[in-house]
Ligand binder design. Structure first.
Ligand code: 1GP
Length: 250
């Protein structure tokens, strides 16, 4: 695997867990200048890498990534919501398959359309299974998702095991951006205890206590977007630092 994958593994071995800052390159919400400021404060607060992506495409991706890269020294990893979510300026791409979509486009179609760009731009692909649980937010609507039930850890585990056996390097348990209900701790625990690849958790994580519980349950990577967007420009990263310290000392 490539440089960014090695970087993430170094963080696993040094710090135990990885914190990822998700920035939506939405021109209306986070124009490039603002996105780069958010990235800068997040990294200064201890976050380990920047993810750039979103479900909708009102973005100017290339400029956003270039601005972010001019301010931070950590990898910028694409989190594409579609083929349009790729940019040659990023360091890597979470090469995702939305395993619980009903539509084969999101499972393998968009990936096939994206693959030539990844090859041509020499982007590092990091294969990641993407599983969306209730409530799912915007991404479940866009991705035509058969939402995984919150109260059935065994069902989520079956998908996560399938992800591992299919050869994915990571499995992402997603509740949806800004989700009122995050992925249940019980689900994180059941999945983490029974698979061998690192578990990523995101959607609705907003407090140090919650983040800590997610890590204690076995997740190795935490993704935060909404909380960071709402806080870092106001408090200079103070509340984000508390969350990151909580997960790193778990
Ligand atoms: C969304 O899981 C991520 O894809 C982050 O969610 O915006 O709720 O932090 P939040």
């Amino acid at each position: 695997m490539g440089k960014v994958w090695n970087y993430l593994n170094e963080i696993f071995s040094k710090e135990g867990v990885v914190h990822l800052t998700l920035i939506d390159p939405d021109i209306m919400k986070t124009p490039p200048e603002k996105a780069s400021k958010i990235a800068e404060i997040s990294i200064a607060s201890g976050s380990n890498a920047i993810m750039v992506g979103g479900s909708t495409a009102f973005g100017i991706l290339d400029e956003t990534i270039q601005k972010i890269k001019s301010k931070v020294d950590v990898p910028v990893i694409l989190f594409p919501g579609n083929v349009s979510g790729l940019s040659k300026y990023a360091d890597a791409v979470f090469f995702m398959s939305l395993l619980n979509s009903r539509n084969v486009y999101w499972v393998s179609g968009a990936q096939a359309l994206s693959a030539p760009f990844i090859k041509q731009w020499n982007l590092e692909p990091i294969p990641m299974a993407y599983l969306i649980l209730e409530p799912g937010a915007t991404v479940s609507f866009v991705g035509d998702v058969n939402l995984l039930p919150r109260n059935k850890p065994g069902v989520v585990l079956s998908y996560a095991l399938a992800a591992q056996y299919l050869g994915f390097k990571l499995v992402y348990l997603e509740a949806g951006s800004g989700a009122e209900k995050a992925v249940p701790i019980e689900v994180v625990k059941t999945v983490s205890q029974n698979i061998d690849i690192p578990v990523v958790v995101g959607g609705g994580i907003n407090t140090p206590e919650h983040a800590k519980d997610v890590i204690k349950a076995g997740a190795k990577l935490i993704v935060q977007g909404t909380f960071i967007e709402k806080t870092v420009l106001n408090d200079g990263g103070k509340s984000l630092k508390k969350i990151i310290s909580a997960i790193k000392e778990t």
